[in-house]
Design a binder for this molecule. Sequence first.
Ligand code: DGJ
Length: 532
Amino acid sequence: MREIPRVEYRNGYKTLLVDGEPFVLLSGELHNSSSSTTAYMEPIWGRMKALHLNSLLFPVTWQQLEPVEGEFHFELVDGLIAQAREHGMRIGILWFGTWKNANCSYAPDWVKTDLERFPRAELEKGRRFQEIPLFDFHLSYTTLSAFAEETTRADARAFAALCAHLRDTDTQRTVVLIQVENETGLLGASRDHSDLADAAFSQKVPSELIDGLLARGEGLVEDIRAALEKRREGTWQEVFGEAADEVFMAWYTALHIESVAKAGKAEYPIPMYANCWLVQGTKPGQYPSGGPVYRVMEVYQTAAPSLDWLAPDIYIPQFCETCERYTKQGNPLFIPETALHPGATARLIWAIGRYHALCFAPFGIDDIGDLMDTSLGAAVGMDASDAMLRQRLDPRVYARANELLQGLMPVLTAHYGTDDLQAVIREDPERDSMAFGSLRLAVRFGARGAEDAPGACLAVRTGENEFYLLGCNCMPRFYSLDPEKPYVEYLTIEEGEFREGRWALRRVLNGDEEILRLGEPTLIKVRVHPFA
Ligand code: DGJ
């Protein structure tokens, strides 16, 4: 029997192990409705395999799993797992339960129609939904309340049934992890105003939360740290002041997720995480209040120890800053959703090289080659003003980056958590070089006429003066930092790739090609020689 996928610290860094080996999801997230039938999925698998992805992320929904209370339907999930196996791919399941984009559209009918047993959050007393204007019509938003025990119990029971089924049937470990819920939180108000929520809001802040936050002191955002310096006991309002509503919502939302994840892990302990609709606008409620935005990551870490990490869905132009934020407090970088535009290739290379990412998954990957549909814009967490969103990602280029990364992956993961694996990206103007002991690798962007193209370069040191470089639209060059040996020359430069674990040489580069100009994703193996 194969080992259950798990998380283990390697080099002090959280690593995902599948079949006992480090596994990085070179992935994509499917559109929300694609995995609702195996027939629709049939032609998609082959196209995804051709992109050299090793996995796909897609929803398994409460609506389809438990259409009648207590009756579970596993045929769809079984069919999807069988299709993945046929194509030699792994799956990350997204559990669309109580929340999907701060909404409850994936709850089954018996939950949606019983407003007494499964109450909705109230944006103000008595108001359970809001309409967000979109073109000349409106989108309606309504959310189950995080404060209703029955909702948590029902969601946890369905999720546990799914996990028990995977434990009993997925002996090949095709499913490697599960996202618990999708983009939690409340839109339209900074907190739930239902009677249940009001009663909880008038209570004292639980001491476990205060202790958990204090234990994570350094990484706390300024206003929350300042609040705790002044006062450590009292109601939510008394302790957290202006941040009270968001901290309160985060605590109770995370407690709900914890109950669901814990019930699932009791059946089948595979890695689990929660994803996040990032901060947009200035106030919670303009973005979902209570989701794991970076301001409240520590609240989630305290309330939901069953989650292995918190993951940002990055559609905003501040990609680099978001990655940095989501690696605080020992959180590994896992990107379950990001924009499917020409910047994705460089971002993939950089996320792996710079942050040793566990997953990179552009959203709507089944549409690769088409323009992203930005028409829903902010209503689904997208910053439609980002000009790159109006450009197509070339599937051939993206596939090549994945192919090279897949081959190099054992070398890369052996250096996860160490300074031997680094990267720079054009969109981070702060860093344009990497230091490896007494060698500096400087990178200039724009090459082969692609002057404005997004570019990135990762480098992994495999010996004192030996490296693999994987880059696109960049010109890397070594310099010495050693005054005793101030000059650097190349000994050998090989362009190639790993095939079935072996280095396959394509060309030996010298002469004009010694000035490295990487256009489309290229893998280079170099040995350099510092001398005086
Ligand atoms: C974020 C959500 O998590 C996804 O399910 C999807 O709605 C995308 N936004 C954009 O379409």
